[in-house]
Design a protein around this ligand. Structure first.
Ligand code: ME8
Length: 561
């Protein structure tokens, strides 16, 4: 049901992506589905803060940079710029882009670490365990055994490692986490993933090291320069630092602007304003916390579902409302990998976008992607079939057919409708409710199906009533006008609901069918003030011009690389 919580501000985040590599389909996917939801929320009038960014510290980035003969900061600068270029290319409506080497972030991380220390949640000790070098992650004995002492990501052997570290007393949060999970059965989606997390939690929590001494590319641990803060702790804190949640803490604890931080010279398109401006900005952002949804891939769920909430509990901050952990894209039935040459990289994405258009790419991502528990197979033939069936044959065809008949029989303007919409206003209402519920539940497939179903019903309506035959007899004019008016109005409503998926094409449809472009109201920093009226069946006035339009051309399948 749509309830009062619908008026709450919405904070949507993607993972922050590692800069040791260029963006690929996985990054593009998570960002794009988050964008669809962000636009869907803004369209309904909610204020949204949509965050993405880059994760720039850690051994992985240091190693990559060394291999390329550049400094980690230089590598981070190049790849963060590439991620930002791609966001613009894909017309992603993020409200901010955070880089973990920006002083606005590093300073707040140090403040949060200090606060955690002061509360006894971070202490010094010796840690040993099974270490995954690629993932920079420790596993417990039980977990390592389950994994056959191999990295679940790279397959490489885990190594036995031991370090003197500061560590986070995760074990002390076991009871509170269990209580929280019991009280919030929708905290993690899909539900199967939640069960996995709860199963692992029952095995018992161990304290986790939050610093490293074996490399230097990281945020220095406050007051102990031998240590740098573990990249995962630094990274998770981005969700709080982007809103400035620890800004007052940094001020109160006297964390200086640049405490000899690695990366303090980061040059990214950041918010490197003076303190007063930042303080003001953060004041305007704080109400976005707690997050509405952290959107992530399944491989990083444990960090988000257990470690992050425990850290927030220790910091006495409210917990996020939901974590959505989607599955993976695979390609042609196999895991994507660079060595197999089946990696869907930026060049491949560009090829599809150039051929089918950006909206078609978004559509495929949002409706055919691995949003739930199963992985999704990226295949050119499947892409083509989806494009043709949904966009050419249904959305495009329905709009062009009705536009052409209005041109032919009604002089190109929206005719009067003596039947006052017949059953269509109610059908539209039903679709709108389904769409809103699905959007809120992050069920993009169901949200896309609601308007598609309306269009299918319009197709059947036209097929059944045959206005093109009725029009041969002038005595039927009123009936023909009613049929075409009802069809055009319903198509326009469907177009509004499809706008978060197909922003460019649905603007074309909206303006051709007697409405105005919606793009500006679901863009970053904006929202729609009158959704009920915008999505109303009755919005267009009788007599407005209805243009003929060809939204999605029928084309050949994209050529392979
Ligand atoms: O893990 N299919 O960054 P990362 C779908 N910096 N999504 C995929 C994918 C695939 N095949 N491959 C990657 C990190 N992704 C950390 C995150 S957050 C505080 C720190 C997506 O660059 C998916 O969202 O390795 C996954 O979680 C993310 O990219 C990992 O990006």
């Amino acid at each position: 049901m749509i309830d009062a919580s619908m008026s709450r501000p919405v904070y949507i985040t993607t993972p922050i992506y590692y800069v040791n590599d260029r963006p690929h389909i996985g990054h593009a996917y998570t960002t794009m589905i988050s964008d669809v939801v962000a636009r869907g929320c803004r369209l309904q009038g909610r204020t949204v803060f949509f965050l993405t960014g880059t994760d720039e510290h850690g051994a992985k980035v240091e190693k990559s940079a060394t291999a390329r003969g550049v400094t980690p900061q230089a590598l981070a600068d190049v790849n963060a710029a590439e991620f930002q270029r791609v966001l613009r290319l894909f017309d992603i409506s993020n409200d901010d882009f955070i880089r973990t080497t920006q002083p606005r972030h590093t300073r707040q991380v140090q403040a949060m670490i200090k606060a955690l220390q002061a509360r006894g949640a971070i202490t010094l000790g010796t840690f040993s365990g099974w270490y995954d070098e690629g993932q920079e992650e420790y596993y417990t004995e039980t977990r390592a055994k389950e994994l056959d002492y191999k990295s679940p990501i790279s397959g490489k052997s885990l190594i036995r490692a031991s370090e003197e570290n500061y560590y986070f007393r995760l074990s002390e949060f076991q009871g509170r986490l269990e209580e929280f999970f019991n009280a919030n059965p929708d905290f993690i989606q899909p539900s199967g993933r939640f069960n996995e997390v709860r199963g692992r939690l029952r095995e018992g929590l161990q304290d986790v090291p939050v610093t490293r001494t074996n490399f230097s590319w990281g945020i220095p641990f406050p007051d102990d320069k031998r240590h740098v803060i573990y990249v995962w702790i630094d990274a998770l804190m981005n969700y709080a630092s982007a809103l400035g949640l620890a800004w007052p803490l940094a001020r109160d604890l006297g964390v200086p602007s640049i405490e000899g931080c690695a990366g303090s010279t980061a040059s990214g398109a950041g918010l490197e304003s003076d303190d007063a401006t930042l303080a003001q900005l953060y004041e305007s952002r704080a109400h976005f916390w707690p997050a509405h949804t952290h959107v992530i891939g399944k491989e990083i769920l444990w960090f988000h579902a257990v470690i992050w909430p425990a850290m927030l509990m220790a910091l006495e901050l409210p917990l996020p409302k939901r974590i959505h952990a989607h599955s993976f894209w695979i390609a042609d039935g196999q895991k994507m990998s660079k060595s197999m040459g089946n990696f869907v990289d930026l060049e491949t994405i560009d090829r599809f976008v150039a051929h089918y258009g950006l909206d078609a790419w978004r559509w495929y991502m949002a409706t055919q992607g691995p949003l739930q528990a199963a992985d999704a197979d990226f295949r050119a033939s499947h892409f083509h079939e989806t494009y043709t069936a949904d966009l050419v044959n249904l959305v495009g065809n329905c709009a062009s057919r009705v536009g052409a008949m209005i041109a032919k029989y009604c002089g190109g303007t929206l005719p009067d409708d003596a039947e006052r919409g017949g059953e269509w206003p109610i059908r539209c209402e039903k679709a709108i409710v389904q769409w809103r519920e699905a959007m809120d539940a992050f069920d993009l497939n169901a949200a896309a199906r609601a308007p598609l179903e309306l269009l299918r019903e319009i197709d059947a309506f036209i097929h059944h009533t045959e206005p093109f035959k009725l029009a041969k007899d002038p005595a039927n004019l009123a009936r023909v006008e009613s049929i075409l008016s009802q069809s055009a109005r319903t198509i326009r409503v469907a177009g509004v609901l499809l706008a978060p998926f197909l922003p460019t094409k649905m603007d074309e449809l909206a303006t051709a069918f007697g409405g105005s472009a919606l793009g500006p109201v679901h863009a970053a920093g904006s929202h729609c003030n009158e959704f009920d009226s915008v999505v109303s069946f009755h919005l267009p006035k009788v007599g407005v011009s209805i243009a003929k339009l060809a939204l999605f051309p029928r084309i050949d399948i994209v050529a392979s690389a």
